[in-house]
Design a protein around this ligand. Structure first.
Ligand code: MN
Length: 199
């Protein structure tokens, strides 16, 4: 099988004070690792073990719940970690900045729309910035679904992800999801979002 568990490219405390070290440690080493291991167990010895995640997600409606939930949990957190970095935040530049301005008028308006989508995910889920053709879209998904899955309304290639499960923020922010989302802009890795946009 070709599924690797990614190294975090920054330390657990690198995103302080916006995301606390304890949350990062549990989130990466317990939650994400758990999804990864359960995903491996769910596909081991099946034809899916030889497929890519993209292939699996494209026909996820045919897959057992364990593949959907844990495969999503494995992939979604990879994109989430890559969407963040220490000493990041600020405003996007380059092609992705232009695409955001074309789509939403300006960066502030985009932030408002993205935050609104993230705040209103009911229960657990993710909010995504995806690229489809040269267009950008904001997509909400429930649980560990993602925009590559054929069960999800809306499609496109994820270039940025925000995890709004309570495990992503409860230790530091308790029930204050909007405060977590507002803080999160300080750690967004626009360089990587731009890389994914250009890829
Ligand atoms: Mn999570």
């Amino acid at each position: 099988m070709n599924f690797k568990f990614p190294e975090l490219t920054y330390s657990y405390d690198a995103l302080e004070p916006y995301i606390d070290a304890k949350t990062m440690e549990l989130h990466y080493s317990k939650h994400h690792k758990g999804y990864y291991e359960k995903f491996l167990a769910a596909v081991e010895g099946t034809p899916r073990a030889e497929q890519t995640l993209e292939q699996i997600f494209a026909e996820i409606s045919d897959a057992p719940a364990a593949v959907r939930n844990n495969g999503g949990g494995y992939y979604n957190h990879c994109i989430f970690w890559e969407s963040m970095a220490p000493n990041a935040g600020g405003t996007p530049t380059g092609n992705v900045a232009k695409a955001i301005n074309d789509q939403w008028g300006d960066f502030e308006n985009f932030k408002t729309e993205f935050a609104k989508a993230a705040t209103t995910v009911f229960g657990s889920g993710f909010t995504w910035l995806v690229k489809e053709g040269s267009n950008l879209k904001i997509i909400q998904t429930k649980n560990q679904d993602n925009p590559l899955m054929d069960v999800v309304d809306g499609s496109g290639t994820p270039i940025m992800a925000l995890d709004v499960w309570e495990h992503a923020y409860y230790i530091h922010y308790q029930n204050r999801r909007p405060e977590y989302i507002e803080s999160w802009w300080n750690v967004v890795n626009w360089t990587e979002v731009e890389n994914k946009y250009n890829a």
